[in-house]
Design a protein around this ligand. Structure first.
Ligand SMILES: [Zn+2]
Length: 412
């Protein structure tokens, strides 16, 4: 049985992921769990998610969903099921991803598991890495050779001239060394963005400023945005200050990739501009605390208070939040990010929105991903506890499934 052997091999770390279940008509039923089909749907207790051909065939209570006799079943009693998570700010730029075409499959699988699938991430947006390398990494996952998440990437970020850190700093940070296109004006920005889009990237990432160079002018941001939007792709921006946020938003970017705690609270002008232009925010709260870890604790507290305050103010505006951690630049465990988002006032269902429906909609995938509903891709996370009771449950993953296949299973 194809399904059975695929699951077995998933458990034993084998490499049968080339055998896509998508072509199979066999059923897999996740039985007995608590189901949060979406952030707004009512909770289903003792539920069933029925999967066929990589898609969700039915979801409901045990009484509502008829399980075919031939179905494989996975007992999910005491567990919780949600749609697969998105991390909308990651990087495949650590040295461990270098020469992705040649990393042995079991090792590559382990790396993807350690960083992503063990925490339930079945979709990620890479906001800056070596495009050629990341594309090869994605190809190996998509071919079925290695279990991993769906990957979208902006390729190399477009940066102001001289913004790249020194070789020493890059080496210390554990990153691959690769050039990034430098842009100073509208013509250069349009050319660099156009070239990237021609090479097949899924979005454009801009650095609005850097400590080592002058900030990008709004006209350069506008030019890159025009190219990306013509191709129907989103634009992300790295910001260091509230002033960067304002320039980027006025330049038409779609996603603010960070909060900016070192520049103090965001004032009404910034928040109003963000709201008016309907941008989304990835808060990356853990990142700034991590970078401040060598400073006086009072300074660390100030960073955390300010970034949490910025997120709280954005939420009060009704702003859209996409979960994102700058993964690759910080530790992999997202527990602290969830805790800090909660500190900013987000409850479980709001955090679930930032992990599922919000990114699926923002990136044009809401008909396939983000919710558990008939006809959708069977990207699912099965958690050991109930995150509505404690957010700690969000990181205690029992299974991650992508298109109906188990791509991660906890061993204990
Ligand atoms: Zn980043």
């Amino acid at each position: 049985m194809l399904l059975h052997s695929a699951i077995l091999l998933a458990l034993t770390g084998g490499t049968a992921f080339g055998q896509h279940l998508d072509s199979s008509n066999e059923y897999l039923a996740l039985v007995g769990g608590t189901i949060y089909a979406s952030p707004t749907d009512e909770t289903i207790r003792d539920g069933v998610v029925l999967i066929q051909g990589g898609k969700i065939a039915a979801v409901g209570s045990r009484a509502q969903v008829k399980i075919p006799r031939t179905a494989q079943t996975l007992d999910c009693s005491g567990l919780t099921i949600t749609a697969g998570f998105w991390n909308s700010h990651v990087h495949f730029f650590e040295r461990k991803w270098a020469n992705a075409a040649a990393i042995p499959a079991p090792e590559l699988g382990r790396q993807l598991q350690d960083m992503l699938t063990r925490y339930g991430f079945t979709s990620v947006f890479d906001l800056g890495s070596m495009w050629e390398n990341t594309r090869r990494l994605r190809d190996r996952i998509e071919s079925g050779e290695v279990p991993g998440p769906r990957i979208r990437s902006t390729g190399e970020a477009l940066i102001p001239p001289g913004a790249l850190p020194s070789d020493t700093v890059i080496a210390m940070m554990g990153l691959m060394k690769f050039p990034a296109p430098e842009i100073a004006d509208a013509a250069q920005a349009a050319a660099a963005a156009g070239k990237h889009l021609e090479e097949g990237v899924d979005g454009i990432k801009l650095f609005a400023s850097s400590p080592r160079s002058p900030s990008l002018p709004e006209s350069a941001i506008q030019a890159a945005v025009a190219e990306a939007h013509r191709a129907g792709k989103p634009v992300f921006v790295h910001v260091n200050t509230g002033a960067d946020v304002l320039t980027a938003v006025r330049g038409g970017v779609d996603i603010i990739a960070h909060t900016t705690p070192s520049s103090g609270p965001w004032d009404e002008t910034i928040l109003e501009a963000m709201k008016e232009r309907r941008v989304a925010l990835t808060p990356t709260l853990t990142l700034w605390r991590y970078y401040a870890r060598h400073d006086h604790v009072s300074a660390q507290d100030q960073i955390v208070n300010t970034e949490v305050g910025q997120l709280r103010a954005w939420l009060a505006k009704g702003g859209e939040v996409l979960f994102g951690t700058d993964l690759g630049a910080v530790e992999y465990d997202p527990s602290e990010e969830y805790a800090l988002m909660s500190e900013a006032g987000m409850n479980f269902r709001q955090i679930l929105t930032s992990l599922t429906t919000a990114p699926a909609e923002r990136f044009g995938e809401s008909k396939q991903l983000g919710r558990i509903a008939a006809g959708m891709q069977a990207d699912l996370v099965v958690l050991k506890g109930d995150p509505a009771a404690s957010l700690r449950a969000l990181t205690a993953v029992q299974y991650s499934l992508r298109a109906g296949k188990i791509i991660y299973r906890a061993t204990q």
